[in-house]
Design a protein. Sequence first.
Length: 247
Amino acid sequence: MQNNKFKRELVFSVISISVYFALLNLANKLSSAINTPNSINALVGIVFFVAVIVYLKKKKLLSYYGINSLKELDYKNLLFCAPMIVVASVNLRYGINIDNSWEQVIFITLKMLGVGFAEEILFRSFLMKAIMNKSTTAAVIVSSTVFGMIHIFNLLYGADTTATLAQVVFATALGLMFSMFFFKTNNIVPCVICHSIINMTNMFLPNDLSNKQLYTGWIIIIIPSVFYAFYLYKTEKALVKKNYVKS
């Protein structure tokens, strides 16, 4: 029975990931074709979010996949999520540069919110839950590694090799933190919020930042991410309130 559940959930997660990234690739092409960058991507993000929430609610799987109330978290034992707050605010040290039209600001914001939600629900909720039927350790490692490695596809769009490899390491560290948080709390919401803020602030970084500044920012993100993942792994404190029944 457990083996069947593993196969069923793994197939579901792989199909979901494949469909999402196929839609994202198509959205990029359509946005370029109509000469309105990020517009179709924003639409895909909204549609994907609504479709997933409606589907999981219909199947009564919202809680199972970690879409739970923030009130259930024991913030004291979670260090008040301080490492996540630090990570989410790192890009702000360089300031915000908005030289886009208000329409583009809206499109970019919706796009990044959609990406934050989609990547967390796909790589943490769906993929992790599937692999956890076999091994918790493998679930955390695979989810984090795959999430990091997908960024290597940026090379197909002309990204710098060194910067892309650094981004893979940076994303893997973030993935490790998000994976451990989800495993320990069965709550994906803080991960979505943190991920989305990083995405949005990254899109509005000043254009004149040097590679040294970018890499420094990534290192500042990597350190608290790895620390928090290790803390969550080692702590035996209750990270959710006692009246919370884990799915």
